[in-house]
Design a protein around this ligand. Structure first.
Ligand SMILES: [Zn+2]
Length: 393
């Protein structure tokens, strides 16, 4: 536990992860935890250290990026860096990525693909106040020579798949990531290829759940999305419905995702003006926009999940662009804020502890200077960031 004196953070507005609370607001923080959220206008306790962010200030939970790759440097050759860099170099990258995210106001990340379990090493090595909370998958489970095989997670066959899940649990991972289809970044891999059959996917999810881990599936191929849903994955990454012709939404599968409450991680967000995405994505950009709008309109539980790190358009502070994109896809700004806080916390298995301003929750906070409800881009108008009760920006 991080011991610290009682602090009272005050601002004109409070968003608690679900709704806007009455104003003005005060959040009491002690020992890294939120003690109280007061919106009655009561004066701060006498012994508290008071920080007042003024009538235009907004207090909200720190943001959550539900799909990042800390070991990836977002450089022009990010694959080569993560695949062939020596451990110390890649660990240094992960440390820098984590610091960048934290300074952006991202206080929790779910890492869905490291190399050699380096994010676990990072979590042990770097104190909480110098990095976001890290929910870690370790190396993604993939087929021999399959998508991101260079991260070290090649596994095929029922026994080996069960053993791979157990290994991740024993090492301290929180989530198992499976490449259910090929991807765009791996030479020789196609996003249209299915990588595992339904029974393999089922047993991975069952083993993960048995051991208390959640399960996330990377999937582009329309063909594989039905299998992923049937297998019971907690979150579906990308959800792009790629077909040979382009993008082919299957409405009945989207309905099923909504019905089951599966979280869709759309891997949105890119820095405008950066180099174009891989050809398979570039050819489908417009269709993916239409698809995204339909997913938003469906009422599915959505997180932006940026895929930060994989290419220059996705640096580790890209989340604000993803939130703007969600808003442009038709999601009301209040829902965008929920998606990046309370909804994302549930998606990454930290519901109630992260993504909310509530007594007992971790004191990870973002303070803005203007209203993110009026304009979601206000998430870049950062006045302060708190991690475990410590002001880190
Ligand atoms: Zn990814």
């Amino acid at each position: 536990m991080i011991h610290s004196a009682l602090q009272a953070l005050r601002a004109g507005h409070v968003f608690d992860g679900a709704r806007i609370k009455g104003r003005p607001g005060m959040v009491l923080v002690e020992d890294g935890v939120i003690r109280d959220v007061d919106v009655t206008g009561a004066p701060p306790p006498q012994h508290a250290t008071v920080t007042d962010f003024g009538p235009d200030g907004w207090l909200l939970p720190g943001l959550i990026d539900a799909h990042v790759h800390l070991c990836w440097d977002a450089g022009p050759d990010a694959v080569a860096h993560v695949a062939s860099g020596d451990r110390d170099t890649v660990l240094k990258t992960a440390r820098a990525s984590a610091a960048t995210a934290l300074q952006t106001g991202i206080t929790t990340v779910r890492d869905l693909g490291d190399r050699d379990y380096l994010t676990l090493e990072l979590r042990d090595l770097v104190p909480p106040t110098e990095r976001p909370e890290i929910v870690a998958a370790g190396p993604p489970i993939t087929t021999r020579g399959g998508h991101c095989h260079f991260l070290g997670g090649e596994t095929e066959g029922a026994d080996a798949l069960r053993a791979a899940v157990r290994e991740r649990a024993e090492r301290g991972c929180d989530v198992v990531k499976v490449m259910a289809s090929g991807g765009n970044l791996t030479p020789g891999s196609s996003p249209l290829q299915q990588q595992y059959g339904r029974s393999d996917l089922r047993l991975v999810v069952a083993e993960a759940h048995r051991l208390g881990l959640t399960a996330a599936a990377h999937v582009h191929a329309a063909e594989a999305i039905g299998d992923v849903i049937a297998a019971g994955f907690d979150t579906i990454e990308h959800f792009t419905f790629f077909t040979a012709e382009g993008v082919g939404l299957r409405p009945e599968l989207l309905d099923e995702v909504v019905r089951r409450g599966i979280v869709v991680s759309l891997t949105l967000g890119f820095v405008p003006g950066s180099a174009p995405p891989p050809p398979a994505v570039a050819a489908r950009v417009e269709a993916m926009g239409d698809l995204g709008a339909k997913v938003v309109a469906s009422g599915a539980r959505i997180v932006a999940g940026t895929d930060a790190g994989i290419e220059p358009s996705k640096p580790h502070d890209v989340l604000p662009y993803a939130l703007s994109q969600l808003s442009r896809l038709g999601m009301p700004t209040l829902d965008v804020l929920r998606s990046a806080t309370a909804v994302a916390a549930e998606a990454v298995g930290l519901g109630g502890r992260k993504g909310v301003l509530r007594p007992g929750a971790d004191a990870d906070l973002l303070v803005l200077g203007s209203s993110p409800v009026d304009d979601i881009s206000a998430v870049t108008d950062v006045r302060a960031v708190y991690r475990a009760g410590h002001r880190v920006r």
